[in-house]
Structures are given as structure tokens and as C-alpha cells.
Design a protein around this ligand. Structure first.
Ligand code: HEM
Length: 423
């Protein structure tokens, strides 16, 4: 693969080298890293992806708002990418950046709105009271599997399986399929040797579910998508079901993991660990500001030449949304000293779910909140003396610049009896 020449130039006369978008500081020390980037490069940073592929990382709150509010100028339209001639088929970020395909996640403009018009109302009809009861049962069942041991690894034993099992119920999978879907999603996310096979299985799960619901509708997401009057092909339904599950699973798992980590490492939340619940919501909101699951999102592609911040952007350039960095922008975080920091006051003007036409659908945000909050509340109710099993400084983050979550969260607690969750 040839290294492409940067397609865009800074307007600043002193050209700075692009920032390499990898390396441990993205997961060990992202806040300091973004602070330095802001100082040295401003709100829009020229970055280099693996293979020398150029892109822009938008780290300013105002600039990110500008990008996400203007879907005509900055559509999520990967087909426009001016780097396609330089991208080999085995480029490591290809699965994440995606390729044009007829799903809610990889279409733009009118075609994207056609998918949203079918998917979003179906998500809206999810009964959140029922979902909460489902999540209580699922959480109880997961905790039952380890509560007698007095120790657990909360990422693999709890935070990752809970959202998949809950989403499987929302979609309309029979109970016995939940664990298989959980295995598939975990294998896909791990990206190891089995990931390709897991992707194939993921599609097959969705094809079977679609066929089942076409034969007999029920009170589930797939049946409500099928009830939408506009015509969609089977491939479109399957791709949308895969998009909903893939978009929902890992961020919700990481929201749970990062919130529990915060509560176990920060004294301000110590009271909640005794069974109090009021701080759970506070910790979860703080995580969406400070430690949000999707740190960087690919992306948007410029529809024409334009300026953003002090940079010249060329048509087809890729913009990576620096959601975590924008959340930390001093322009919105300047009141820390007078106690009005938005991260600590229940303010939800963060970018955790992005913004604008392509943002995480509002009902999906609510579904994520119900799953995460219910899971954490049940965990703290059942294991009130939960504590880290290793020093906080030894906890390890996912080795990714894009996703922020714990690789493991080892805990210990006084062993308790199983309650026999009845999912
Ligand atoms: C903490 C949990 C979650 C986070 C942080 C999150 C975050 C995001 C982000 C950043 C985007 C991309 C928006 C953009 O391109 O501007 C997105 C899109 C999306 N999310 Fe979520 N999400 C979460 C949970 C969920 C759940 C539980 C579901 C499904 C029930 C879901 C379904 C979707 C879908 C379908 C899209 C594509 C929307 C579109 O293209 O119009 N998300 N999410």
C-alpha cells in the first residue's frame, strides 16, 4: 500500500506532523493527551491512522457540534471517502469504519432517514418497565452464577453478558438463544481468529430470527420493524438488526463497567455501595462525560471543501468524532472550580451518544440506560460490600483509541446465596 499524501493542509504557516492515532496514551492517559493536542493543534487535529491513512480528529466541543449539526456538509457517508484507493482489503480499521451497505449505520441522507423511520419507532415501543423487570431477572441469574464464590470478574461475568441477553429479549430471540448470541458478540468484539466465523453466525442468528417473526409475529422489536408499512428487503432487515445489536452491546457493557469502576474507586460513591441507589445515576452520568464508552467515532465525510476551526477540509476527507475530547473541552468545563461542572450536576449535554441526524436514537439511549442502571442496582443490592480485588492502578483498559472500557474488573465480596433468578 502506498502512503497517501495528506489531502488537506493546515492554514497555519507552521505545519505540524499529524498525530498518530494509536499508542498506550489513548487508554492510559487520554485526558492529558487531548489537553496537549488542543494546545498544539487546536480544535481540529490532523491524525494518521494505521498505514499512514490521513484523517481529522475533531476535539473541540463547538467544532464537534458544528460537524454533527450539519448532516448535509458532514454526512456519515463512508462512500465519499477520498482514501478508498489507498485502503487494502485487510486494513485493520475496515470493520470499524465500515463500507457502504444498506443498513441504518452505513447509509446517508434520504436512504438513512428511510431506515431510521422504520427502526426508531420500533425501538420507541420497547416497554421500559418490562425491560427493567427482564434486566432484574437476568442480572440475578448472572450474579447467582458467582455470588457463592466471593469473587468474580465483572466484565466477563456480568457487564458484557447482561446487555446482550437483554437485547436478545428486546429483539425477540427465544431464551435459549441468548447465551449463543452472547458468545457470538463477545468473539466478534475480541477480534481474534474466530471473529470471521462469529460474524457469519451473527448474520445467521438474525436471518433465522427474521424468518421466525415473519411466520409468527410477537411483541418484539423485529415484529414491530416488520409492521412498518414501507417495504424493506430481508437483507436490509438483517443488516439493521445487526446494526442495532452491534451498536448497543459493547457501549452498554462499558457503561456498566466504567460506572462500577468509578463507584469502587472514588470515595464520593462509597455510600451507594451500602445499598443506597441515588448515586448510581450520578456515577453513570459522570461516566458519560469523563469516561465515555465511545471515545472516538468514525465518522463523517466532508461533502465538499470547507473550513473547520482553523483547518481546511477537502471533499471526501474523513472526520473522526472526538466525543471524549469534546466532553473535556475547557469551553464547556470551565466552571469546575465553582462547583458547576456539568459532569457533576446531572447535565446531559455531553457527546456520549453523539448528536444530530446520525446520533444514537433516543429510545436506544433509554434502553441502554435501563439495562445499565438496573444491572448496577441489582449488583449493589445483592453484593453490598463489593470491592476491587486488585489495586485500582492495576486495572487495565481496552487497548483501543476508539472504545473505552475495562478489559477486566476483578472484585471480591462476602459470599451470598443464589436467589434463583427466573428469566
Ligand atoms: C451506553 C450505551 C450507548 C452509547 C454510548 C451509544 C453511542 C452511540 C453513538 C456514539 C452512535 C453514533 C452516532 C453518530 O454517528 O453520530 C450510536 C449510534 C447508534 N446506536 Fe447507540 N449507543 C449506546 C447504546 C445503544 C443501544 C442499547 C442501542 C440499541 C438498542 C443503540 C443503537 C444505536 C443505533 C441503531 C445507532 C445508529 C443510529 C443511526 O445511524 O441513525 N445504541 N450510538
Amino acid at each position: 500500500m502506498t502512503t497517501p499524501a495528506p489531502s488537506s493542509t493546515d492554514s497555519c504557516p507552521v505545519r505540524t506532523a499529524p498525530v498518530t492515532l494509536s499508542g498506550p496514551r489513548f487508554h492510559t492517559d487520554p485526558h492529558q493527551l487531548y489537553h496537549e493536542m488542543r494546545r498544539e493543534h487546536g480544535a481540529v487535529v490532523a491524525v494518521e491512522l494505521p498505514g499512514g491513512v490521513p484523517a481529522w480528529l475533531v476535539i473541540g466541543y463547538r467544532e464537534l457540534h458544528q460537524v454533527t449539526s450539519d448532516p448535509e456538509l458532514f454526512p456519515r457517508d463512508v462512500a465519499r471517502w477520498n482514501q478508498w484507493p489507498n485502503i487494502p482489503p485487510d486494513w485493520p480499521l475496515l470493520p470499524m469504519v465500515g463500507q457502504p451497505m444498506p443498513s441504518i449505520y452505513f447509509t446517508a441522507g434520504a436512504e438513512h432517514r428511510r431506515h431510521v423511520a422504520m427502526v426508531e419507532p420500533a425501538l420507541e415501543l420497547v416497554d421500559t418497565f418490562q425491560l427493567r423487570r427482564t434486566c432484574e431477572d437476568l442480572a440475578d441469574r448472572l450474579i447467582d452464577a458467582f455470588c457463592g464464590r466471593g469473587e468474580a470478574e465483572l466484565v466477563a461475568d456480568f457487564a458484557e453478558p447482561l446487555p446482550v441477553l437483554a437485547l436478545a429479549r428486546v429483539l425477540g430471540f427465544p431464551d435459549e438463544d441468548g447465551p449463543r448470541l452472547a458468545w457470538t458478540m463477545k468473539t466478534l468484539a475480541d477480534g481474534g481468529a474466530d471473529a470471521q466465523a462469529a460474524h457469519q453466525q451473527f448474520a445467521e442468528h438474525m436471518q433465522r430470527l427474521l424468518a421466525t417473526k415473519k411466520a409468527a409475529r410477537g411483541a418484539d422489536l423485529v415484529s414491530r420493524m416488520l409492521a412498518h408499512p414501507a417495504p424493506f428487503t430481508d437483507q436490509e432487515y438483517v443488516l439493521d438488526l445487526m446494526a442495532v445489536t452491534a451498536a448497543g452491546y459493547l457501549p452498554t457493557a462499558d457503561w456498566i463497567g466504567n460506572s462500577v469502576r468509578l463507584m469502587l474507586t472514588d470515595d464520593r460513591f462509597a455510600a451507594a455501595l451500602g445499598g443506597g441507589r441515588h448515586s448510581v445515576g450520578q456515577a453513570m452520568n459522570e461516566v458519560l462525560w469523563e469516561d465515555t464508552p465511545t471515545q472516538i467515532l468514525a465518522g463523517r465525510w466532508a461533502a465538499r471543501d470547507t473550513r473547520l476551526g482553523d483547518k481546511v477540509i477537502r471533499a471526501g476527507d474523513m472526520l473522526l468524532l472526538g466525543l471524549a475530547a469534546a466532553n473535556a473541552d475547557p469551553h464547556v468545563r470551565q466552571h469546575v472550580s465553582d462547583g458547576a461542572d456539568p459532569a457533576h450536576t446531572g447535565n446531559s449535554a455531553h457527546f456520549a451518544f453523539s448528536y444530530g441526524e446520525y446520533r444514537c436514537p433516543f429510545p436506544a439511549q433509554e434502553i441502554a440506560e435501563v439495562i445499565a442502571r438496573t444491572g448496577i442496582e441489582v449488583l449493589l443490592d445483592r453484593l453490598p460490600d463489593l470491592d476491587l480485588a486488585i489495586p485500582a492502578q492495576n486495572l487495565v483498559r481496552r487497548p483501543s483509541a476508539f472504545l473505552r472500557g475495562m478489559t477486566t474488573l476483578p472484585v471480591r465480596f462476602t459470599p451470598v446465596r443464589a436467589v434463583g433468578g427466573t428469566p
